[in-house]
Design a protein around this ligand. Structure first.
Ligand code: 5GP
Ligand code: MN
Length: 336
């Protein structure tokens, strides 16, 4: 465990009373960043603090049923409000990201803020940018760390359904519904304690996974049947979608989430990459099975990083050129 000055048993004394607190999430927030942020938000508010959750851009709409999600301040649309909250904050809690450059357009504000910074995260290679941190790179999710933080304080009795549903979503989404190797006995113990608050866990799965639009499912079908390139002899798969193709399916943010996982269901495929283009940039998602580390590939070639089995990166050449380069890199990395 990597603490800088933090004894979670004395969390309240460390934080102080009636503090102004901003919780910041990473760019393109996912289930874990929103779930962990809202879980901490409901906890800190009960402790008497004045708390805001701020995202660099829009949270996915499949999470808008979470209690407190209507209070999230999206910097993209509410710059003045978000800026004021960050500038006036006593504390900035930085959740589910390991470096200052992961918060998009919030980077400037975060970097120059004089507030005390507390980083809670589970990504590899933390940059240690905060004076206070609770970092466990083996943890299933930041949401699990928030539960463990709360459990180490003397305030576990404050765990209520609002906190529990948010943390459940974070753990569920970051573990692929409890199937990735990051899922441990303690993950299931935490989940059991969350369900014991009375939340409807089956409804949470439905809210998150069974709330697609028709166009989203048709986009998935197109991606798999028309666009999936398999390199079975090298064990990898590539799906690339252009901005024009996304538009054809009335793309909304979040619609491509999860497409990258499907090729891994093919026995011979150990690495899957999903690419999509937007405004002269290509966003890349990497997934792998077993001990193949895709974060190092994302980091070495595509300005990215992440976890061993799930990473992301970016490319500034065209989509076709990126695919060409990627095929060369992966053939090299995984010779047959
Ligand atoms: P996703 O493919 O879902 O966008 O991202 C998978 C994982 O890789 C996430 O844990 C995310 O934090 C990380 N990741 C995604 N994009 C980037 C990036 O550009 N830089 C770094 N360092 N990590 C990324
Ligand atoms: Mn996470």
């Amino acid at each position: 465990m990597d603490f800088k000055n933090v004894d979670l048993g004395h969390f309240s004394e460390l934080i102080g009373e009636k503090q102004r607190i901003c919780i910041l999430s990473h760019k393109s927030p996912d289930g874990d960043s929103i779930g962990s942020s809202l879980g901490l938000f409901h906890f800190l508010n009960q402790l008497g603090h004045s708390c805001s959750v701020i995202t660099p851009d829009r949270p996915p709409s499949f999470l808008n049923w979470l209690e407190g999600s209507d209070q999230i301040i999206n910097f993209e649309y509410h710059k003045a409000k978000a800026t004021a909250a960050i500038e006036n904050a006593d504390w900035l809690f930085c959740l589910d990201f390991n470096g200052l450059n992961r918060v998009g357009d919030l980077t400037e504000l975060l970097t120059h803020s004089n507030a005390k910074k507390f980083n809670i995260d589970h990504h590899q290679e933390p940059e240690h940018f905060a004076a206070y941190e609770y970092i466990e790179t083996d943890a299933s999710s930041t949401a699990q760390l928030i539960y463990e933080l709360i459990a180490q304080t003397p305030h576990l009795h404050l765990l209520n359904q609002a906190i529990a549903q948010a943390l459940y979503v974070g753990i569920m989404t970051d573990t692929g519904s409890f199937r990735f190797s990051s899922t441990t006995a303690s993950t299931h113990h935490v989940i059991a304690n969350l369900i014991a608050t009375g939340i409807d866990n089956a409804a949470i799965h439905r809210n998150v996974y069974d709330s697609s639009t028709e166009q989203r499912l048709r986009l998935l079908g197109y991606a798999i049947s028309d666009k999936m390139q398999l390199f079975k002899e090298h064990g990898f798969s590539i799906i690339a979608l252009s901005e024009e193709e996304l538009q054809r399916f009335e793309y909304q943010k979040g619609d491509t989430e999860g497409i990258v996982n499907y090729p891994l269901s093919i026995q011979e495929i150990k690495v899957s990459v999903f690419l999509s283009s937007k405004d002269d940039k290509v966003k890349m998602s990497f997934r792998s099975k077993g001990d193949i580390a895709v974060n190092s590939i994302a980091n070495q070639y595509f300005e990215g990083g992440g976890h061993v089995n799930a990473a992301g990166g970016i490319s500034h050449i065209s989509l076709d050129q990126t695919v060409e380069r990627l095929i060369e890199i992966l053939k090299n990395e995984f010779p047959n």
